[in-house]
Ligand binder design. Sequence first.
Ligand code: HEC
Length: 133
Amino acid sequence: MITTNAYSEKSAEDAIKTRKALFSKNYSTAKKVQSLSSNGEFDKAKELMLEMSKNYLNLLELFPDNSKEGFKTQSLPIIWDDKENFNLLMQKSSDDMIKLTSVIETTDNINGSIKMLMWSNCKTCHSKYRKPH
Ligand code: HEC
């Protein structure tokens, strides 16, 4: 029993720390996507969009039941009551980054497209599933 508890404690810590690191990474990557796109550096921007898309898919696995609290998590318990919609929003955020790669070079409103397909998903999710910070 002791080893089992120690193990799940460890995996909760891993999950929380790993998801925090991935969200932070996505934040800095998102800022680069914004500036590269504004400068017309679309190839680099698209690479980073795909990286963010993959990170979102990895995040789907990082909210196990034992990681609702502790280790300074800012996740709200509603995530686990509403896991299906939370996961759908994570999946949509990933899909939208792929969509962004296909419109970024042709859109006549770069900032608008980035706002709609990238930043708005952050906001939608945080307003419901993340503690105010
Ligand atoms: C589907 C939901 C969802 C989406 C989409 C999402 N986030 Fe988050 N984000 C969260 C949750 C939940 C947390 C709290 C994680 C924790 O502390 O357990 C979080 C935490 C963070 C953190 C704090 C990480 C830390 O070190 O504590 C940052 C920064 C962040 N998000 C940025 C972003 C940005 C930028 C975007 C969009 C590009 C984004 N997030 C999209 C749900 C989301």
